[in-house]
Design a protein around this ligand. Structure first.
Ligand code: DQA
Length: 146
């Protein structure tokens, strides 16, 4: 399988206009296009799914077991609350990298809790757009035969 699944959670569809002082001015489409170009350079195609619905994200992770080699996820606020998404990601056996544009550890206390960090291979936070590119590099490296 030569597909990387990029999953975007709630409210990330509003990037570009949503709190640009925190998340920057780039749209989600711009982040996805940059990540896709990076993945294609490495010989992978990138499929992107954004949803504001927890169940849809969970079902997309389930289906990815048959279609995708790796998952990159920015789960938005579900990062801080969703044990169900955490359980779904734990079932996916390929590389998993979590990305956050901002640094949740430096923000409000409710963002300090994460239900996802323990089930992914690594987390990138606070690096803005660069986080998406580094996440692609990370899954490509993790997928490389050792
Ligand atoms: C976010 C951080 C989350 O705390 C927040 O709820 C988001 C975006 C980020 O990319 O910085 O929706 O995941």
């Amino acid at each position: 399988m030569r597909e990387i699944l990029l999953l975007s959670g709630p409210n990330l569809d509003l990037l570009g206009t949503r709190s640009p002082e925190i998340y920057g001015s780039a749209t989600l489409e711009e982040h996805v296009n940059a990540a896709r170009a990076r993945a294609e350079l490495a010989g992978y195609r990138l499929r992107h799914v954004q949803s504001n619905f927890e169940g849809e994200l969970i079902e997309t992770v389930h289906a990815a077991r048959d279609s995708s080699a790796a998952i990159i996820i920015n789960a938005g606020a579900l990062t801080h609350s969703s044990w169900a998404l955490s359980d779904a990601l734990a079932i996916f056996s390929g590389p998993k990298i979590e990305v956050h544009l901002s640094n949740p550890a430096a923000r409000e206390p409710f963002r300090h809790r994460t239900t996802l960090a323990a089930v992914v291979d690594g987390s990138l936070a606070g690096l803005g757009a660069l986080g998406y590119l580094l996440a692609v590099d990370a899954v490509v490296a993790l997928l490389a035969p050792r």
